[in-house]
Ligand binder design. Structure first.
Ligand code: BDP
Length: 677
């Protein structure tokens, strides 16, 4: 009996051991078997980076002999590489050692995706030089807009205690080509630059370096005054300049390959050069000058707006266009994809292409502040692609944001692309298993912005879950449509920023923070009244349309030609306006919200059929998140339709599911999360 019980327990445990997965391995789920033997790896040298490449091959590579060659003539490929193979051998060549490691990850990815490696002839060159994650991590371990637990960086423990996750993090980034990280929040504490913190930063930089990753810091503009006791932080003050110069020298002594600074200045209450009557260029150049001798750069954010009478969407353009040409060549202007703030859908930021002499880079947001946070499944590659492929017409047709930022249309010493990370100390790193795909997709697109959202999803699913087509195909479909689905149930037709204040999780279109900043109130953005809804940005409205190059100014400015998915972004549209499909605007809005809800219900149906193909734990966790998403979609639909109906006074079409909530009850919901705006 005893015996039997023991067997029985084993019988229960073994399958669990085989199948239980918690997502901690990300997309790096290699077979348990060993890789090739040491004599099948041909490589000269012994650097830490090469040794990682060797270790990856001997642990995971099951194919031919691999030769790794550094070849100076390939320097033009930057971090890139070539891969040439025959039956017996693969040769990976690169101008730099990091290129060899990237090449190794390339063949491992092919192996994971069951692509033959017998006849390869590949040349890869990254789209951007700096492929950077921005962590919004605070020194107290919290993360601004983080939904995957506390910060990975254990500042209290550093520099003495080293978490194994630092290296795992570097590994994951290197596997997709991410080569830079900003460790701390753009709302930066001056303490980040204190000597004791810099010593901690050094430890992280040392761990990341062999993986090709450089460290950057967000800096607080008032640091000289706060830390150094200078009389102010005026960028033209010699003492202030000296303080930064000394600080740079201190940093580079500890971290010789330090990347540079990211700066949020004169935005949302942060200090900046304007506090002293100086410009963004004065501020950025002062920092650029002290970093220049070491090869460092300044990423100066264009996310600036103040409570003014003018449309918030216009402000970055108004502040930065007059400064074009006034920045040092190691300054890049970091611009959010849209002119407001990482909304489910925005028109692209008109500052892209408007600066002719100043390098520009995109800032995306991987962490889903405005997209259901760690509860909603929203695959972001389609959003990233939508921005990168947007044609600004700045240099005639074909002037896409990708081409403006990757150096094709603007000579740039350094090109870069950034995104706000969604990574925390949760076991699965990102809170939602599918949010890992957004980290992955950003890396892949930063490396090659021409990859399709479809291909990236397919790779990621195969590596993260299974190669079984019965799983890959439906799940891929779900991912590819998921961003549009979220737009449908949250903010269709160009609506934006109708989130609950503070945490930005649920709907609050009625939000009118009287006495507070109007530009933090949903009613400011949707402008609903009895005539219609939407923000008039045409010539007779805020005239934001004029910030776009022709013909876009005309296309967006004319209600007949404005794309309907942005119509309420640019126009105040009458409730009975006839849309292209013959419905009234009000009906269209109703159908959009309703289809968003149905799409999430379809995802639930798809997912429930996926149970046989993957491990129980991840299956169940995603299943329960989809339930939340489904309930939230109904919440969004009811809140928005019932509220807007008080203006339109029109019936909800009868084919559409009836509201299940009372508006008054929804207005009472106050979630306790997060803090400001
Ligand atoms: C907004 C966030 C806020 C950030 C700000 C920024 O709500 O927490 O500090 O962006 O990017 O989206 O600076």
């Amino acid at each position: 009996m005893q015996h039997f019980r023991a067997y029985f327990v084993l019988f229960l445990i073994i399958p669990l051991m085989i199948f239980a997965e918690d997502g901690s391995q990300l997309w790096l789920r290699f077979p348990a078997k060993n890789g090739i033997s040491a004599d099948q790896i041909i490589a000269k040298g012994n650097s830490p980076t090469l040794n990682i490449a060797r270790k990856e091959l001997s642990s995971h590579w099951q194919g031919q002999t691999v030769e790794l060659r550094t070849d100076k003539s390939l320097k033009k490929l930057k971090d890139g590489y070539t891969i040439k193979s025959s039956q017996n051998k693969i040769v990976i060549s690169a101008g730099k050692e990091i290129g060899l490691l990237y090449g190794v990850y390339h063949i491992l990815r092919l192996q994971q995706n069951q692509v033959s490696t017998l006849n390869l002839n590949i040349t890869e060159k990254p789209s951007y030089d700096v492929r950077i994650l921005n962590h919004w991590d605070n020194l107290d371990g919290t993360i601004e807009r983080g939904y995957a637990g506390h910060s990975l960086w254990k500042w209290e423990d550093l520099p003495n205690i080293i978490s194994p996750r630092y290296e795992e993090y570097a590994w994951a980034n290197a596997s997709v080509g991410i080569n830079s990280v900003v460790l701390n929040n753009v709302n930066a504490s001056p303490n980040m630059l204190r000597e004791d913190y810099l010593k901690k930063v050094k430890v992280l930089a040392d761990i990341f370096r062999p993986y090709g990753i450089r460290v950057y810091l967000s800096v607080n503009f008032a640091s000289p005054k706060v830390l150094g006791g200078t009389e102010n932080s005026d960028p033209l003050n010699k003492n202030v300049q000296k303080w930064w110069k000394d600080k740079a020298s201190e940093i580079y002594k500890l971290i010789p390959d330090f990347g540079g600074f990211l700066v949020k200045a004169n935005s949302e209450g942060q200090p900046g050069p304007q506090d002293y009557g100086r410009t963004h260029a004065d501020g950025a150049n002062m920092m650029a000058d002290v970093l220049k001798p070491y090869g460092g750069i300044v990423m100066w954010r264009a996310f600036v707006y103040s409570p003014s009478k003018d449309d918030r969407a216009k402000q970055a353009y108004l502040e930065f266009v007059p400064l074009d040409g006034k920045f040092r060549d190691n300054v890049i202007i970091q611009i959010k994809n849209g002119p407001v703030d990482f909304q489910p859908r925005e028109a692209f930021n008109p500052l892209f292409g408007a600066l002719k002499k100043t390098p520009e880079m995109v800032e995306f947001q991987i962490t889903q502040e405005y997209l259901g946070q760690a509860n909603h499944l929203v695959y972001l590659a389609p959003l990233f692609k939508e921005t990168l492929e947007s044609d600004t017409y700045s240099n005639g047709e074909g002037s896409t944001i990708a081409k403006i930022t990757d150096g094709t249309l603007r000579p740039a010493k350094i090109t870069a692309i950034s995104a706000v990370a969604n990574i925390g100390e949760d076991t699965n790193w990102t809170g939602h298993h599918f949010a890992q795909a957004n980290w992955y997709a950003f890396g892949r697109l930063a490396w090659n912005h021409e990859l399709s959202a479809d291909q990236i999803a397919k790779e990621w699913i195969t590596m993260t879950f299974t190669d079984n087509e019965k799983f890959v195909n439906p799940v891929k479909e779900m991912m590819l449509t998921s961003r549009e689905t979220a737009v449908d149930y949250m903010m269709p037709l160009g609506l934006h920023h109708i989130f609950a204040g503070g945490h930005h999780y649920g709907p609050e279109p009625w939000g009118d923070y009287k006495g507070g900043r109007p530009d933090w109130s949903p009613v400011y953005y949707h402008q609903a009244d009895k005539n219609g809804v939407g923000f008039d940005r045409t010539k007779t409205g805020s005239d934001a349309v004029s910030q776009y190059f022709p013909p876009l100014n005309e296309i967006y400015g004319n209600i007949k030609t404005c794309p309907e998915n942005l119509i309420l972004w640019f126009h105040h549209v009458p409730w009975d306006y006839k849309m292209k499909d013959g419905k009234t605007l009000w009906e269209e809005l109703c159908y959009k919200y309703d289809s968003g809800v149905h799409e999430v219900r379809d995802y639930q149906k798809i997912w429930d059929q996926m149970e046989p193909y993957i491990d129980e734990q991840r299956f169940a966790e995603v299943q329960s998140k989809l339930k939340i998403q489904s309930k939230d979609a109904v919440w969004w639909k009811d809140a928005c339709l019932l509220y807007f109906q008080t203006f339109s006074q029109m019936p909800i079409p009868y084919e559409i599911e009836r509201p299940v909530h009372e508006l008054e009850d929804l207005k009472k919901i106050k979630l306790k999360m997060g803090h400001h705006n």
